[in-house]
Design a protein. Structure first.
Length: 258
C-alpha cells in the first residue's frame, strides 16, 4: 500500500498528539519571544510573554491533534480493509486471481515456475458434507499452501477449488521438490477438517516459464501437467518438460487466459 502516513493503534494516536503539541509549543514560544525581542530589543520583556506562548498551544493543540490523529487512524483502518478486500480472497485469505496474475507478471523477468493446484474429488466433499464443510476444506488447503510454500512464493486462488503458486527464480527440479512437499503436507494435514474425516488430497501440475512465452502459455502448460497428474491417479505431481506443449482434454478446468 503506497500510503505515506499510517496510524493503526491508539498508542500511535497519542504519540502523534504529544509530537504535534511539542512542535506547536516550540513554534509558538520561539515566534513570540523572537518577535517581542526584535520589536522591543529587550530579552527580559520577551521572556514575560513566554508563559502565554506556552499555555495557549498547550490548551489548543492536544484536543485538536487528538481529533486529527483519530481521523487518520480511522482512514488507515478503512484503507487497509479495502486493500485487503481487493487483494485477498475473502474465504481463503490468499491472493485473488487478478492480483496473483498481476504480481506474477511483475516477477516473470526473473523467471520461475507456475504450479496449478486442484483439490481431488472436491465435489464429493460438497455433496456429502455440505458447502460449509467445503468452505472449511478450502481454508485448510490455503493454510497448508501458505505454511509449506517458500516465503517468496506468490499464492492465489484461481477459482473454485483451484489454486495457483508462482515460485520466482525456481527451475523445474526446485518446483518439483516444492510441489512434492505441498502434496505430502496436504495429505498429512487434510485428514480431519471441521470435525469430519475428509482425507483431502491435492494434485499439482507445474511448468517452468520459458523466455519469450507469455504467462498464459506457461499457465496452459501447467494446466496440462495438472491434467496428467489427475489422470495418473491424483494426489501426485507432474512437472511439464520444456517441450511438453501438446493439448490435453480436461473434464473440468478453472483455467482461462486472463
Amino acid at each position: 500500500m503506497n500510503t505515506i502516513f499510517l496510524v493503526r493503534t491508539q498508542r500511535e494516536v497519542w504519540r502523534g498528539v504529544v509530537g504535534i503539541t511539542l512542535v506547536c509549543v516550540v513554534a509558538a514560544t520561539s515566534a513570540v519571544v523572537l518577535s517581542v525581542w526584535m520589536v522591543t530589543g529587550s530579552l527580559r520583556m520577551a521572556l514575560v510573554f513566554m508563559p502565554a506562548a506556552v499555555l495557549i498551544p498547550l490548551a489548543i493543540a492536544p484536543p485538536v491533534s487528538w481529533f486529527a490523529m483519530s481521523i487518520v487512524r480511522l482512514l488507515t483502518q478503512t484503507i487497509e480493509r479495502v486493500d485487503a478486500y481487493v487483494r485477498l480472497d475473502t474465504l481463503t485469505g490468499v491472493l485473488t486471481r487478478a492480483v496473483l496474475l498481476d504480481q506474477v507478471r511483475e516477477a516473470l523477468p526473473r523467471g520461475g515456475c507456475f504450479l496449478m493446484i486442484d483439490a481431488d474429488h472436491f465435489k464429493t466433499i460438497n455433496d456429502t458434507h455440505g458447502h460449509t464443510v467445503g468452505d472449511e476444506a478450502l481454508k485448510r488447503i490455503a493454510e497448508v499452501l501458505r505454511r509449506t510454500a517458500p516465503v517468496d512464493a506468490l499464492i492465489g486462488r484461481l477459482g473454485g477449488e483451484e489454486f495457483g503458486i508462482f515460485l520466482p527464480g525456481r527451475r523445474e527440479a526446485e518446483a518439483a521438490a516444492t510441489a512434492d512437499a505441498l502434496c505430502r503436507a496436504m495429505r498429512d494435514q487434510g485428514r480431519a477438517v471441521a470435525g469430519h474425516d475428509l482425507a483431502i488430497t491435492i494434485s499439482l501440475g507445474g511448468a517452468e516459464h520459458q523466455a519469450g512465452d507469455t504467462l498464459e502459455a506457461t499457465m496452459r502448460r501447467a494446466d496440462i501437467a495438472l491434467y496428467h497428474a489427475k489422470r495418473a491417479g491424483r494426489d501426485r505431481v507432474h512437472i511439464a518438460a520444456a517441450t511438453e506443449t501438446m493439448p490435453a482434454p480436461r473434464i473440468r478446468s478453472q483455467f482461462a487466459p486472463a
